[in-house]
Design a protein. Structure first.
Length: 337
């Protein structure tokens, strides 16, 4: 792209239906940024939700967009954007806006520009925030005909074991994964693993803190381990090999679909499984991740289910799957939210 662009940035609040608890945090909503790029004829949009544990929150994202406004409005390519903005929510928002703008100019959907096959619905996990075991079991039942559930743990080993056991008893039919969000010490791994094996858990995300990846050297886990906080950008991938089995790509971490696709292909080449996740957000945030999900073994695209109000049109969840069509993002102009 060489045409001068106009960048419009909006700060938005996405309220949750109820508080959502994970290891070390309780969320009541999400403060995001929405970037719109226009060439005077066509426009593209993107949502950045940031990375809370890196202090990449709304004020930081807004500051980054203002700091780089002139370079963005000069009309960079998506590859050039990677050297203009660092990884994070701000770059994710602009990267998505560039993808949609390019798609509208070309009269083609983003998936075609990205060299992907026509997208299909993907099975997604549905996440349970940490709570009392019985309440979590009831919430698991309330999900209805879903196929995969992800359970947020807090690092309280005995309580986490009780949580997972209660959920498995309530939902013996689903694929079950757990997300520790860096909540455990390496000395707790064996006891955690034994309990998760007993509950037929299929994936454990980020049991140890980022920076402690070497503690997994030589560790033989009976359950696949997924890197999340340990896998921020493309540069992290080599250090995950031999320690993790799956890499969870989130576009707010790596800075957008452009780098997300690069990570997915490198992870596959390294022989690891690929997962797409999210930092929360609306359908506008999920739509680029949905396209990345076409390359993934595991998809976690449930962010909008926690919102009091999503965008219109909205991502569709049916029988445990997620579906985003081009009206939502990627080609045609959407309805007003």
């Amino acid at each position: 792209m060489t045409t001068a662009l106009t960048l419009d940035v909006k700060a938005e609040r996405l309220d949750f239906k109820a508080p959502f608890r994970i290891s070390g945090y309780v969320f009541e909503g999400l403060d995001c940024v929405v970037a719109t790029l226009s060439d005077g004829i066509h426009s593209g949009r993107g949502e950045g939700d940031g990375v809370y544990y890196l202090d990449d929150r709304q004020p930081h994202m807004l500051a980054e967009l203002e700091r780089t406004r002139a370079a963005i409005e000069a009309g960079p390519t998506r590859e050039e954007l990677r050297s203009i903005l660092p990884p994070g929510g701000a770059r994710n928002a602009v990267d998505a806006a560039l993808w949609e703008l390019e798609a509208k100019r070309a009269g083609k959907p983003v998936w075609a520009l990205a060299g992907l096959d026509a997208p299909k619905p993907v099975v997604t996990t549905f996440t349970l925030g940490a709570d009392d075991p019985e309440k979590m079991a009831q919430a698991a039942l309330a999900f209805g005909p879903v196929r995969a559930i992800k359970v947020k743990l807090t690092g309280d080993l005995d309580l986490d074991i009780a949580r997972v056991a209660a959920i498995r008893a309530a939902r013996p039919d689903v694929w079950l994964g757990v997300d520790a969000n860096q909540g455990f010490a390496d000395t707790e791994l064996d006891n955690l693993m034994a309990a998760m094996v007993a509950a037929n858990v299929s994936l454990i995300e980020q049991p140890l803190a980022r920076g402690r990846e070497a503690d997994l050297d030589g560790y033989r886990s009976p359950i696949p381990l997924a890197a999340d906080e340990s896998a921020l950008t493309l540069e992290d991938v080599p250090g995950l090999v031999g320690r993790f089995d799956v890499v969870n790509i989130k576009l707010d971490k790596c800075g957008g679909l452009t780098e997300g696709l690069m990570i997915a292909r490198e992870v596959k080449a390294a022989g690891l499984g690929v997962m797409v996740g999210n930092m929360g957000g609306s359908t506008l945030s999920m739509a680029p991740s949905f396209l990345l999900g076409q390359l993934c073994d595991i998809c976690d695209l449930d962010g909008p289910i926690f919102l009091s109000r999503d965008r219109d049109p909205a991502i569709r969840y049916e029988n445990g799957t997620a579906w985003c069509d081009e009206r939502m993002w990627g080609r045609e102009s959407p309805n007003a939210a």
